[in-house]
Write a protein that binds this ligand. Sequence first.
Ligand code: NAP
Ligand code: HSE
Length: 428
Amino acid sequence: MNTPLRLGIAGLGTVGVGVLRIVQGQAALLAARCGRPITVSAVSARSRTKDRGVDLSGLGWEDSPVALAQRDDVDVFIEVMGGHEGAARDATTAALRAGKHVVTANKALLAIHGQSLAELAEDQGVALRYEAAVAGGIPVIKALSEGLAANSMTRVLGVMNGSCNYILTRMESAGLSYQEVFNEANALGYLEADPELDVGGIDAAHKLTLLAALAFGTRVDFDGVELEGIGRVKIEDIRHAADMGYRIKLLGVAQMTEHGLEQRMAPCLVPATSPLGQLEGGTNMVVLEGNSVGQIVLRGAGAGEGPTASAVMGDVADIARGLVIPAFGQAARSLHSAPRAISTSQAPFYLRMALQDKPGALAKIAHVLGEAGVSIHRMRQYDHIDDSAPVLIVTHKTTRSALDQALAAMNATGVVTESPVALRIENV
Ligand code: NAP
Ligand code: HSE
């Protein structure tokens, strides 16, 4: 079939420009692999006059992404604007209603509206694809929905936010504080326009929910993620972790347990020698575990023009070849709503706190831990700062809910001068 597949690209930022560069620069390769040319009919962005370093001559222009989505000469609507409401949601919905395939890099949109958009796509008999939305250039959506389709998935985990991994590894290598590296990363343009999306773990949690839906046949449940960002991690935590043979990573884990679907995104200690522990800078890593395949580790660039546009164009290539599979690997209405398993799985925890340096302070902490059924594995008191004593405790395996009970009681003892930081130790 030689009919061109015609794209409309909404958004000409990092990803949109990358997509245009691939369409223009790899035209012959794409046509050969897809059996038909891939062309761009028209584009949309906020500013028509901005120089974007790519050739827009000969392309149609729409001020309105919705109008772009509805054009007769657009077969595939590429949404690379961002945001889960407004233009991204309106135009994506309009495209699907108009019977256009949609490819998006927008994890926020799908984490919030994925179910309704997937149902609409299926009703319309078109594809809704989002490889670029999770772990940038790593083809993890394709791995789960196609290559691993015959597996009962047992666990999905990984480091899915490059900015947080950059901050944590840079703190360690340069011996800098969280705030210093945060400022540096922000100045370098590494963080989202709203940095809280990155450092608050929200962006990574959006991604985790999409993987969980694919892996477990569940409806996307962003509100079901136990979420904690990296803002309270101090350079001392990174050093203490290193002393014990661990590194701190913003780790996402999704698994189906006897209590329901567990989804958590939080800074954790992982063994320094593990593949996750060795991950440097802005790189992402996703670990997939299935009953037949065992464990698969995927590693690569989680962001940036080339890797993200590569993932978008992988989806476009599938559509050009006629592949239309459900967005979440099975009919959207057959996805089930799993109960939320919050804070139920057990792990050892790392606790750092500062206590008043007076008789009985440590005993009070040991007492509240014991009352909550949390057993101490190791404990160490560091050099005093003024009249405050930094204390590090590693617990035996416990649940987060038992620990939270102990933490609340600790704060009520009156001996805690700096509220405890609690990090799960994940022996992956
Ligand atoms: P970006 O550089 O900020 O670009 C966004 C583009 O969207 C801009 O061209 C902007 O127009 C346009 N836009 C925004 N609102 C619009 C509206 N209402 N109407 C028309 N155009 C509008 O963003 P990006 O980094 O390319 O990211 C795009 C999407 O990909 C986001 O969902 C992001 O989360 C996702 N993503 C990005 C990366 C990455 O490495 N950057 C990786 C994975 C996923 P103007 O240029 O005229 O302002
Ligand atoms: N802010 C994201 C990150 C961009 O740092 O991983 C890619 O989704």
